[in-house]
Unconditional design. Structure first.
Length: 247
């Protein structure tokens, strides 16, 4: 899979080091892949990535465009911890259905199949269509560094955050959004009739801004919406937008 970088994190402190930083529970590596994120202290998204069990080390699978900034942050936090971070030449392979031996189910949604890091060939699949149908945000499109809040981007539904694991960077804000406030806006799956560029404003039937249309694939799309302004007459440019009731 092009566009990904895989790093190896080793050393006696590797699990504690990551546990104190990321949104998910690193102990879940005993069961397979962990999808997680690093946040700012203000609780905003910086990067999302997969953690992968590999014997006495942990692999980190991240989008290429996020890799440099993420590594800078991790090395800044490392201080005197017994942790070594090094880039590998591993390639990410993906496929549909049940995970074969040596591969791991994608923890975000069953429709996303499996991921592998052992050099096997991946399957030629329209992953963008599957991602949009599953409502999975993409970095640089629905996930904007220093702007997006993870709970508004479906991290809870997609198994990307653990509310019982204890402290991590940005945990206080994330917990407050979970327990003390009803989310008034967030990423939603929509039906789209017509086409509109990514980033087109969504207007409701009263002409008020209801959100922004992001990824689209055929009649399905993802939109960041203000839930109190959603109605049945929304439009994004020349395209009609309707909230998917089954989701």
């Amino acid at each position: 899979m092009s566009g990904r970088k895989v790093f190896r994190i080793s050393g006696a402190d590797r699990e504690d080091f990551l546990q104190n930083l990321v949104t998910n529970n690193v102990a879940r590596l005993r069961d397979g892949l962990v999808w997680t994120a690093l946040l700012t202290p203000q609780g905003k998204y910086l990067a999302d990535f997969f953690l992968v069990p590999e014997g006495d080390a942990i692999l980190l699978d991240v989008a290429e465009g996020l890799a440099k900034g993420l590594m800078q942050r991790l090395r800044m936090y490392k201080l005197r911890a017994d942790v070594t971070i090094e880039e590998t030449d591993k390639i990410v392979a993906r496929g549909l259905g049940c995970a074969p031996d040596g591969a791991f189910p994608d923890p975000r949604d069953p429709s996303l199949g499996w991921r592998a890091y052992d050099g096997r060939e991946g399957e030629a699949v329209d992953w963008e269509a599957i991602r949009v149908a599953a409502g999975v945000p993409e970095s640089g499109v629905e996930l904007i560094p220093n702007d997006t809040y993870p709970l508004e981007a479906c991290f809870e539904r997609l198994n990307g955050v653990d509310f019982k694991k204890g402290c991590y960077v940005g945990q206080e804000v994330t917990a407050r959004m979970k327990h003390k406030a009803k989310l008034r806006k967030g990423l939603k799956r929509v039906h789209v009739t017509g086409e509109a560029p990514v980033g087109t404003e969504v207007l409701n039937g009263k002409g008020r801004v209801a959100g922004v249309l992001h990824s689209q694939n055929g009649a399905l799309g993802l939109a960041y919406l203000r839930l109190d302004r959603v109605d049945d007459c929304m439009r994004a440019g020349d395209a009609a937008v309707r909230l998917r009731e089954d989701r």
